[in-house]
Ligand binder design. Sequence first.
Ligand code: HEC
Ligand code: HEC
Length: 246
Amino acid sequence: MPRRSAGVVSYLPPLSRAWIVALFVGGSCGAAVGQDLPDPGRPDPGAGQAVAVGAFNAAPGGACFQCHGQDGEGDAAAAFPRLSGQSYGYLVKSLKDYASGARQNEIMSPIAEALSEQEMRDVSAYYAGLEAEVAPLQPAADAEALQYGAALAAIGSAELGIQGCLNCHGPDGAGLGHTYPYLAGQHATYTEAQLRAWQEGTRTGDPLGIMAEIAVRMTEREIAAVAAYYARLPPYTDGTAEEPGQ
Ligand code: HEC
Ligand code: HEC
């Protein structure tokens, strides 16, 4: 599978034989399907690429790449998040959260509801394996805001009772394991929207409620500063994040 998308649209891996056999057999004799299906838990990034370009199951709102970009780089102006190099486990969880209603979003909820569990795994493995494209420096932010954002990221704010983001999101905002997503290189518009979603209670999938607790202590000043700070850090992931499935 190519790491870069130069060919995301023009290059599609052929359907694996196992899939074709499984689909064919599945249509004629359900009892035999089990033998030919690939391990249902094992993610297949090649099949995930087909999901991303809408080859299998055109999502209700369009194919993933139409919003999330050909390299999974997202779109700052529209607040479509970068997905490239994000951790596999976190991406799967996010899709499940949209499907279950733990994350409510009028665009992503119906899209996630239309995906099977296997498609969620496949498409997550595909995006987790893409290298993060460096975005142009954005958004424009004044030095004071960036400095404040950097301080929030590193040490938080004793006054507001917020701990430093790096405690969980890692040095340089690179993310940690499958639980803590990267923030570095993520579009500020999207990061801001998430912090507001926790404030408003439309994002609740975080089992310990950590992010909601942090977000409600932030004002628009903190939200804008920390989002601008992280957006301007280079995406840290190199596409070699943990093996899917761990
Ligand atoms: C019409 C535009 C659109 C399409 C098509 C689309 N998305 Fe999204 N996606 C969004 C928006 C907008 C958000 C942010 C929603 C929010 O604020 O929670 C998002 C968020 C996400 C997230 C959460 C990322 C994070 O860091 O938490 C994932 C994962 C995701 N999309 C995967 C997909 C996949 C997989 C597909 C295709 C099956 C897809 N999206 C198709 C617009 C789109
Ligand atoms: C104690 C641990 C912890 C700390 C500290 C923390 N976070 Fe988080 N953060 C999490 C967890 C866990 C998630 C994933 C939540 C989920 O799966 O719904 C998360 C998710 C996020 C996301 C969503 C990313 C995405 O792609 O959708 C943003 C934005 C975020 N955190 C911002 C921050 C900021 C800004 C700070 C510092 C002010 C911070 N976090 C501090 C634990 C933490």
